[in-house]
Design a protein around this ligand. Structure first.
Ligand code: ATP
Ligand code: MG
Length: 471
């Protein structure tokens, strides 16, 4: 499973806990014990020095009785929770804080040099103790001569229990840190891991071609931004896919219907269903359908050209008023048939624009073609040019069937035809306005439509005004 990120985090978290525990058990424990030992030894050493210079000396000088010194030393030993001995240079115990009758035999192998340069030792002190003790010593010097030593033994167990107390505090601190880290881990899970998992799951579905899933993360950080970008990408891809599906469905449909009727009529002619004298009529229908197929193919080829980025435009400076007149003229035949008249309201004698002339001719042709197709007989079509803010506005307005409100947005789509127009115009491919849109967009200009069903339609597009020519 691809849950490795979280697993790594959890492992890291556990490793952090274990390492922390090991560190306290080894490093901290060792160093704190050393510290406690040194500090305890320093304290005991101070005490042993005091005893050596005061009580022990007064015992040697016999300014105090053995009992007095014994009782004072015992008091100190009780206070220190330790054994205090006064021994002579041979190792014979003269005073023992724990006993009023110390043994006569000297400590076996007693040798003060075994302390080395240190003033304390840790061990069982010549096998005299069953457990480890911390022993410090101070020499008793009278007249510059060492007379004996004061030895203080404190059980190491005391120090160890003190150290354990400190270690317990350390473990507790570690546990609190561990808990805090758990809270941080939870926060991380909530703010980073769960969103990333959501994004990964969505991305997986996108990879299989399903763009319906939206990532539900609304945050103001990099992850939120990533999710928003992916959502945008998915929406774009899904509409692209939807468009493509629709496009293919439309193309197939528009090609199939004329082909089916052509095939049907040809078969009928061949097998004699259609008698010889009727054949002309059906051949004409076949011709009409082939023309429609031809127009369809041409339209698609045209659109394909614009579909690519950076359409090559052959920009030139030309008079749009004149171009309009020329295009209108080419429709004269159809218009007299349908009794449709043109009203041209053109600004100025000439009005120069800079654009691709042949493409703009096609735009005008497609718009006027529609206006005528969807107008009633005995009506008039108005074409107007105006100039405003370095732009030329061209309007083609009719008083025809109009476009239903909910179709307005769709008329620019390839193959789209409103239900109103279907009955009126069987030859239309629904590509005309798609081509118009592509041409105007290629010029970086705009086209708009205003229409009311049953009242009429107006298309307005802009073109850049050409600069005055200095002749
Ligand atoms: P073609 O232009 O390929 O002959 P078409 O005219 O049907 O086919 P478009 O020019 O793209 O296709 O127009 C698309 C649709 O928009 C038309 O079928 C029609 O329903 C609607 N339409 C366009 N112009 C007008 C108009 N002036 N009045 C009413 N409806 C219109
Ligand atoms: Mg058209």
């Amino acid at each position: 499973m691809k849950r490795t990120l979280y697993l790594k985090l959890l492992l890291g978290y556990v490793a952090f806990g274990i390492l922390g525990f090991i560190t306290i058990a080894t490093f901290t424990s060792h160093h704190s014990m050393n510290y406690i030992e040194t500090k305890a030894a320093e304290n005991l050493y101070r005490e042993s020095n005091l005893i050596a210079s005061n009580y022990a000396t007064s015992y040697y000088r016999q300014t105090k009785t053995l009992e007095d010194v014994q009782s004072q030393i015992s008091a100190i030993a009780t206070y220190l929770n330790a054994d205090v001995w006064v021994v002579d240079t041979k190792g014979k115990i003269l005073i023992d804080s724990a006993s009023t009758t110390p043994s006569d035999t000297p400590i076996k192998d007693f040798d003060i040099t075994s302390f080395g340069t240190k003033y304390y030792l840790v061990g069982d002190f010549y096998n005299l103790y069953s457990e480890d003790v911390l022993t410090v010593f101070s020499p008793i010097t009278i007249n510059y001569k060492v007379q004996g030593y004061v030895l203080i033994h404190q059980p190491v167990a005391q120090l160890t229990s003190f150290n354990n107390g400190i270690l317990n505090i350390s473990y507790m601190t570690l546990a609190i840190i561990f808990l805090c880290a758990f809270v941080v881990l939870g926060l991380f899970t909530y703010t980073v891991y769960i969103p990333i998992r959501k994004i990964t799951e969505a991305a997986k579905e996108y990879a299989t071609g399903d763009f319906s899933k939206q990532i539900n993360i609304h945050k103001n950080d990099e992850i939120g931004y990533l999710a928003a970008s992916l959502n945008f990408m998915a929406t774009e891809l899904s509409t692209l896919e939807e468009d493509q599906r629709k496009f293919i469905a439309n193309v197939s449909h528009d090609f199939r219907s004329p082909l089916t009727s052509i095939k049907g009529y040809i078969e009928a002619i061949m097998d004699g269903t259609i008698p010889y004298e009727m054949q002309d009529k059906y051949l004409n229908i076949i011709l009409f359908e082939t023309e429609r197929l031809n127009k369809l193919t041409q339209g698609m080829l045209e659109l394909n050209k614009y579909g690519k980025k950076g359409t090559m435009l052959d920009i030139s400076r030309f008079d749009i008023n004149n171009t309009i007149k020329m295009v209108v003229q080419s429709f004269e035949g159809t218009c007299t048939q349908k009794k449709i008249s043109f009203e041209l309201i053109l600004t100025g004698q000439t009005l120069f624009v800079s654009a691709d002339m042949s493409k703009i001719q096609q735009v005008l042709y497609n718009l006027i073609d529609n206006a005528i197709k969807f107008s009633h007989a005995d009506s008039s079509i108005t074409i107007e040019t105006t100039e405003k803010n370095e732009k030329v506005f061209v309007s083609v307005k009719d008083t025809g069937i109009g476009i239903p409100k909910d179709s307005i947005k769709k008329i620019w789509e390839r193959f789209y035809k409103t239900d109103l127009s279907r009955g009126k115009d069987k030859k239309g491919t629904g590509l005309g306005l798609a081509i118009v849109k592509e041409i105007i967009s290629a010029h970086n200009e705009n086209i708009n439509v205003i229409s009311t069903e049953g009242v009429g339609t107006e298309f307005i597009f802009t073109l850049p005004l050409a600069e005055e020519k200095n002749e």
